[in-house]
Design a protein around this ligand. Sequence first.
Ligand SMILES: Cc1ncc(COP(=O)(O)O)c(C=O)c1O
Length: 428
Amino acid sequence: MAMLAIKGGRPVRNTPFHSWPVFDRREEQALLKVLRSGKWWRFAFGQGVELAEPEKGDRSQVVLFQEAFARRHGCRYGIAAVNGTATLDMGIRAMDWDIGDEIIIPAYTYVASSTCVLQNNLVPIFVDVEPDTYNIDPSRIEAAITRRTRAVMVVHFGGQPADMDRIMKLARKHHLAVIEDAAHAHGCEWRKKKAGSFGLFSSFSFQSAKNMTSGEGGILCTNDRTLAVECDSLLWSGRHVGRPWYEFHRLGWNNRLTEFQAAILNVQLQRLSAQTRRREERGRYLTRLLKEFKGIRPLVHDPRTTRHGYHIYMFRYDEPALGVPRKTFIEALAAEGVPAFGGYTFPLYKNPMYLQKRFINGAFPLGTRYHADVDYAAFESQCPVSERACRSEAVWLNQNLFLGSRSDMEDVAAAIEKVLRHRHELLR
Ligand SMILES: Cc1ncc(COP(=O)(O)O)c(C=O)c1O
């Protein structure tokens, strides 16, 4: 008789894991308050960066959120926007770098880390990630620097900060800006300093799967006042604080968050510390449970990561040694009641957009004189870790699992152990 649930056996677990998003009457009341106020948008321009005029009455939820979130993340300024793609784009746009300047980014990341580069007529140059953390590998950055490089973007992948000791040192040495894509890193810390407070600016996402959410949303955080003022202007279609309403000083956009979203986020922020501590405790516990499993190796929790967000819990699946395709393993795990995911199917540079260089107006090189010969397929040979992670190695578990009990972690471990032990059934 088959043991595995996918072959007709009894599953390890029949109950769902912790639900997401988390909300209660506080969100309901906050939303109703905004609804009844009739003030559904961030009603005063310039607030949060510098006050255009003294405030009257209730403060905007967006402004309150910008201040509170930025402060919690070690930054003086926060500019909230429609999503984390927009905040990355805004920060880069505000820098006015030249056409064809290069930004170094990790090969293992979501597309938004690179669209913000291309949108601004800059060229993304991919660097591989570390095998133990899937964060950008500092030892490979120097080889990618050219005289056109302006910045290194780190992605604090899955909620674990990149190696900010080495990255900040490299950036200082080569006079490069550091951009932190912190879409996964709410409340995270590197050596007790908040992820998002190291670089020129950072960008967080509040899209529905993220560790804090308002359905969609994002925020740019910075300690650079000039950058903050520029981004605030970009968000208001290019207006300037203190100047007339119909005066536009640069090519901006309307990327503004609504008061409804900010009202939700103000409540979600109150939960962030407790939820982050819980995810971290559960993540560490699961790692201890998986320690002895042959063919499974959790990513390493660097001791300098003093707060890990476990936005994604990742372990490495040794497909060649186990002899079962990762896809089949994940399907068997799902049948046992544990939802898992293989993550990105190939490194970012292998997407058709890159291979065919179909960027703005269907073209490349976006007016640069230098990059006609860039062949994104050629990054394959430089990025073996990202290639392997995508092809067969990475297995992702979502953050909401880590809001549950310790016994949930024991179920996850039991399901993995069971599928490994009976994997011969999958080969029949
Ligand atoms: C690494 C990374 N950067 C940026 C983003 C973009 O955020 P948003 O979906 O809010 O635009 C995401 C979203 O999934 C992401 O995973």
